[in-house]
Design a protein around this ligand. Structure first.
Ligand SMILES: CC(C)(COP(=O)(O)OP(=O)(O)OC[C@H]1O[C@@H](n2cnc3c(N)ncnc32)[C@H](O)[C@@H]1OP(=O)(O)O)[C@@H](O)C(=O)NCCC(=O)NCCS
Length: 291
């Protein structure tokens, strides 16, 4: 195969069937609505890799402003057509999107990788960071207190808290998610002060909890936030990805019947800068594809 015939372009509506087909085969539970939602978020861009005139892969990048200047770039939804794997296309795509991110002012690049993909990304230049566990459970009715519906007007405050733990500015993403999921976004207070928030995303493919962020000195609020989301997803399958080092979040998840099913790792591109996060307040990540 001639790698010289590879090129990349922004996804169009005509590609949706191809992208859904690829993701469906990986069991990622993306629906057309999820994909359309992703395409509607201005800070993320999804690309289709082409081999001549044939579509062969898909990848999404997301930009988050950093307080120190420049952006954190996140890579996700990386898939190559099964019939075209192990020919160098995936490695080419990752290198190409890193190059494109750098052109846009990105000074740090991260992604989440399945355990069996660490070698693939490692060879391209990514170092292994913290580990995370993917949990599966079910929604159910719970009593909760000190948590309130999260509206657009609260997003600025919530984004400030989020920055302390995520390390970059996800305000645009949080604003977008709160508008999309107004009934399953909550914030929590301790002594009248904002100390956590959670967003639950409903899709026909299932429900996902995250981001779930909380000051670790207010564990009860962390628990109440999860309960608020689970109450809205009664008897539905719910998934979330928790830092393996956050014992408090793991305990709360297990208390509510969640079971760990898979391990993923945060990876950082070693030839660019760092974007440090504080996982003590990250109870669940935003999403595997967008950080
Ligand atoms: C991960 C994935 C994107 C890689 O795509 P790919 O096109 O197969 O990637 P490459 O061909 O560049 O590399 C794959 C392997 O083939 C090897 N390879 C590359 N060119 C080769 C060639 N010409 N001959 C033989 N082997 C080759 C690479 O060394 C690499 O080995 P490694 O995985 O042990 O590092 C693809 O396997 C995929 O879509 N998987 C399912 C979705 C997924 O898991 N995504 C990642 C989420 S973390």
């Amino acid at each position: 195969m001639e790698l010289g015939k590879l090129w990349i372009r922004t996804v169009t509506r005509d590609d949706l069937g191809f992208v859904l087909g690829l993701m469906g085969r990986e069991g990622w539970g993306y629906t057309r609505k999820d994909l359309e939602r992703l395409l509607g978020f201005r800070n993320a861009e999804t690309f289709v890799a082409m081999l001549g005139e044939e579509r062969v892969g898909v990848v999404t990048t997301t930009l988050y402003p950093l307080l120190s200047g420049g952006y954190l770039g996140w890579i996700g939804n990386m898939v190559v057509e099964p019939g075209h794997r192990c020919k160098g296309i995936g490695s080419w795509m990752v290198r190409r999107v890193v190059e494109m991110l750098r052109e846009k002012g990105v000074v740090a690049v991260k992604l989440y990788a399945y355990e069996h993909r660490l070698g693939f990304y490692g060879r391209i230049g990514f170092d292994v960071g913290n580990s995370f566990l993917r949990f599966v459970g079910f929604g159910g009715k719970h009593f909760q207190s000190n948590v309130f519906p999260l509206s657009h007007s609260m997003v600025e405050k919530v984004a400030q808290l989020d920055r302390e733990y995520f390390g970059a500015d996800r305000k645009a993403l949080l604003d977008f998610m709160v508008k999309e999921f107004p009934g399953s976004s909550f914030y929590g207070c301790s002594c009248g002060e904002l100390c956590g928030f959670v967003i639950g995303r409903f899709s026909t493919g299932g429900c996902e909890v995250g981001p779930w962020i909380c000051d670790p000195s207010s564990p009860d609020v962390g628990r109440e936030l999860l309960r608020a989301v689970l109450s809205g997803f009664s008897s539905m399958r719910v998934e979330m990805t928790l830092p393996e080092g956050n014992s408090l979040a793991l305990r709360i998840a297990r208390e509510h019947g969640f079971v760990a099913v898979q391990r993923v790792f945060e990876m950082r591109y070693r030839f660019l800068g760092r974007c440090s996060n504080d996982l003590s307040g990250v109870f669940a990540v935003g999403s595997l594809e967008m950080g």
